[in-house]
Write a protein that binds this ligand. Structure first.
Ligand SMILES: [Zn+2]
Length: 330
């Protein structure tokens, strides 16, 4: 991410606020970027660092050609310090080293940036050490603290930072990002409808998990209508051995819910919006075979099963009861 306009595609409010602050030369000393993984917090922190260090910004955008921008481009700008957890936590020694670095380089250039990732993992001692630094930075310093949730950060630190909340990405953005990373669109759409977290979506592609899981659910949804006598066997031989723990059962139920929503979309003529894009023929067929009332009942049945999955009902019982409800007459 190189520019504010790029950031504004996914996080328009944050892009506007930060760009305005750079434009007016009124950046806060410290920011806390909170939000889920994949929402662009890290890229936005680096962009902010560039805009802050650039010698000749153009409408607050980093010029990309000055010495500072070129150094930032190389990925290891000497005045941009990044701290990540050392093992499970960020330790007090890491904060001490940061302070030392800042005091030593004080002469070379006035502006410095430090970015702390997974700020919530700071030890109490590290947080206390950082606190003093946030209050009395040496020279012109900009701090960007990154975290999943501001609720996990000490109030004393929170009160010294401007909090920016990054929103989850909408499904079409996640799909686009996944396709740009080389994943197939049919699976990208499915993953994006299961999570708005880009990194989590990417992990679903490990060992073709999303691809296999999707195929299995498609088979079940097909059997339920075309070969109802086989559905029970499909559940036991195909679905249950693949979706084993409770989290995976929830995902299987989500995949079923997405299927029924797709059938509904077909019924109301929104075929562009379907998630199972390679199943249009089957979806169209089912759109004729299932009444809207029956579809509503099926969706309700899947939602009930999801609730029961969260309440410790044994998966086998839960899935068998769901199957019965899905096979009830219209
Ligand atoms: Zn520049």
């Amino acid at each position: 991410m190189q520019t504010w306009s790029e950031l504004s595609e996914t996080q328009p409010t944050i892009a506007r606020v930060l760009q305005n602050s750079v434009r007016r030369g009124r950046l806060a000393h410290a920011y806390l970027f909170e939000g889920g993984r994949g929402t662009g917090r890290r890229a936005a922190a680096l962009l902010l660092a560039r805009a802050f260090l650039c010698e000749k910004t153009v409408d607050a955008e980093p010029c990309l050609v000055c010495r500072e921008c070129r150094r930032a481009e190389s990925g290891n700008h000497p005045d941009v310090h990044r701290i990540q957890p050392d093992g499970q936590t960020i330790k007090v020694d890491q904060i001490r080293a940061l302070k030392k670095e800042f005091s030593m380089r004080g002469m070379e250039s006035a502006k410095k940036v430090y970015i702390i990732e997974e700020t919530e993992t700071m030890s109490a001692a590290a947080a206390n050490s950082l606190l003093k630094f946030l209050e009395e930075p040496e020279g012109e310093a900009l701090a960007v603290l990154i975290t999943a949730s501001a609720g996990q950060i000490l109030p004393t630190i929170l009160s010294r930072a401007q909090v920016m909340s990054f929103s989850p990405l909408p499904p079409d953005r996640v799909t686009k990002a996944l396709v740009e990373r080389g994943f197939r669109e049919k699976e990208a759409r499915t993953a994006a409808s299961l999570t708005s977290d880009l990194e989590e979506a990417e992990r679903m592609f490990d060992e073709e998990w999303i691809s296999q899981g999707r195929e299995k659910v498609v088979q079940l949804m097909n059997d339920l209508i075309s070969r109802p006598q086989d559905a029970y066997i499909t559940v036991h031989e195909t679905i249950m051995p693949f979706f084993t723990d409770r989290q995976q059962i929830q995902t299987a139920l989500d995949l079923m819910m997405i299927w029924y929503r797709d059938v509904l979309r077909m019924q109301v003529g929104q075929s562009d919006a379907v998630v199972y894009i390679d199943q249009e023929d089957t979806l169209t067929k089912q759109a004729f075979q299932l009444s809207q009332q029956k579809l509503g009942k099926n969706l309700q049945a899947v939602m009930d099963a999801k609730r029961r999955a969260g309440a410790n009902v044994p998966p086998q019982l839960l899935v068998e009861q769901l199957l019965l409800r899905l096979q009830e007459g219209s």
